[in-house]
Design a protein around this ligand. Structure first.
Ligand code: SF4
Length: 212
């Protein structure tokens, strides 16, 4: 549980804060404020935030911000904590959520699922597993906790890799073509959707619109 004692007056390590529409998954189209926390150890080959192979690491900026400095930049009551990998910040993540709740914000977290700390039940958890392309296994509790599952499709083998979890999932499942491999990854994703019709397509709407 989040308690007053866990509230931190320390600074949070933030790569960037921006306001835009959520472009992916079940909440696509929703006006949101994004807090991109700094850091991720996974090194996914298709990472577009600087922690893998696509965007150079020297593009990453680490800002050390107090909560009031974060709050003044938020233009939506729906706050998406993303990364990097938010869960590596553990108690700092819990503290950040606590502060957001105190300011009447609702919270979504985007995660690879490779790390875990307890969260309030109404935090929306977007699980995008990367176990198939890194050494980081999804924490079992995360499959239970996820509010939606978003699978990035590069080769199509991802569907088989996660099939047992996907078949038992009771939350929305999205298949999202890997951006840098388009149009081939879109073709593969459409084939995957035929094989797994309970899933839906996620297209990273913000990138088509030229938004952050
Ligand atoms: S988990 Fe996300 S932020 Fe981390 S390397 Fe992979 S794509 Fe990038």
């Amino acid at each position: 549980m989040l308690t007053e004692e866990m509230q931190s007056t320390d600074r949070y390590v933030v790569q960037e804060i921006f306001n835009s529409v959520q472009g992916e998954g079940e909440l696509a189209g929703k006006w949101s404020s994004f807090i991109r926390l700094y850091g991720c150890p996974l090194s996914c080959p298709f990472c577009d935030t600087g922690y893998g192979g696509i965007v150079p690491q020297n593009k990453i900026v680490c800002n050390r911000l107090t909560f009031p400095e974060i709050l003044e930049q938020l233009r939506s009551d729906w706050v998406v904590i993303t990364g990097g990998e938010p869960f590596i910040h553990r108690h700092k993540l819990q503290s950040l959520i606590y502060e957001l709740y105190k300011n009447n914000k609702q919270v979504q977290i985007e995660t690879s699922g490779a790390f875990w700390v307890e969260l309030p039940k109404d935090v929306w958890v977007t699980l995008s597993p990367k176990e198939h392309c890194t050494k980081y296994v999804v924490v079992p509790d995360m499959w239970e906790r996820a509010s939606e599952i978003k699978l990035v499709i590069s080769s199509g083998l991802e569907l088989d890799f996660y099939r047992s979890y996907l078949q038992s999932a009771t939350v929305p499942i999205y298949l999202q073509p890997e951006w840098y491999g388009m149009p081939e990854t879109l073709k593969i994703t459409l084939e995957c959707l035929q094989q797994f019709p309970t899933a839906k397509l996620s297209i990273q709407m913000h990138k088509y619109l030229g938004l952050l």
